[in-house]
Design a protein around this ligand. Structure first.
Ligand SMILES: C[S@@+](CC[C@H](N)C(=O)[O-])C[C@H]1O[C@@H](n2cnc3c(N)ncnc32)[C@H](O)[C@@H]1O
Length: 238
């Protein structure tokens, strides 16, 4: 599954630039029985199978000797992943992402060997691998030198308190919809203020929760107040 990261896109570029190294450890390699079983029936009965503790524990113990950094278990019951968590992860030299399958992992492995449980959303996947891939891609974008221009990540939604503004490229008119004239003005200060007003308008209408208790700059607060009082702030509707 992880070839989707190592062989494609920005993560492939990061691997080639030696900024990202993904190593996959298979718990089956840490089984001692001839069937190499990693799952068993749950105590107490009920549907489904559970990942057995011993192969995972052996695998994680071996990993602890070989690597540094926290062990993060992908779980729908974990702390919700957000950009600030991604930012913290991007500062770590290494981390271990434990991916569950079946009904999950024996609780004693989580108790004894997991530092943090992380969820990628309030829905249930069949396995933790896609969640791990989401973390890896989001983190990789923040590693300096991975994106063509490191400023791109700083202007993204959630990097500050606001969603990103809208973006336009060629042609100047598409299906009779023109690019907002300010973007063709060449006036960098006007463009910056227009983008900021756009970001604030979008955040206010799509994600007002982000503006609660947010640490906006004075300029952002003044723009927000102007928008709230219905004052004419240059925006794409003009
Ligand atoms: C079918 S799920 C197990 C769900 C578990 N029985 C529960 O309800 O909490 C199997 C594995 O998928 C992964 N997984 C499923 N949903 C996830 C989510 N929203 N975020 C992160 N990992 C998830 C976890 O690693 C989990 O162990």
């Amino acid at each position: 599954m992880f070839l989707a990261l190592t062989d494609f896109g920005i993560t492939n570029q990061a691997v080639l630039k030696k900024k990202l190294d993904i190593q996959c450890w298979n718990p089956r390699d840490f089984t001692l029985d001839k069937h190499r079983s990693v799952d068993d029936r749950p105590y107490g009965g009920g549907p489904g199978m559970l990942m057995k503790p011993e192969p995972l524990a052996r695998c994680l113990d071996e990993l602890k000797r070989a690597t540094t950094g926290p062990v993060i278990y992908l779980s729908p019951q974990g702390e919700p992943l957000d950009q600030s968590m991604v930012r913290d992860f991007s500062k770590l030299p290494e981390m271990t992402l434990l991916c569950g399958r079946y009904e999950g992992v024996d609780e004693r492995v989580i108790q004894t060997r997991v530092d943090l449980e992380v969820s990628i959303g309030d829905y249930v996947l069949a396995g933790g691998e896609l969640g791990a891939m989401v973390i890896i891609e989001a983190v990789t974008r923040l590693i300096p030198g991975v994106l063509g221009n490191d400023l791109s990540a700083q202007q993204d939604s959630f990097s500050g308190q606001l969603l990103d503004c809208s973006h336009y490229t060629m042609p100047e008119v598409f299906e009779s919809l023109p690019v907002p004239p300010v973007l063709l003005s060449g006036d960098h200060e006007r463009i910056r203020r227009w983008r900021l007003a756009e970001s604030i308008t979008r955040t206010r209408s799509r994600r007002p929760d982000l503006l609660v208790d947010s640490k906006l700059s004075n300029e952002q607060i003044n723009l927000l107040k102007s928008l709230e009082s219905g004052m004419n702030v240059e925006s794409k509707d003009e």
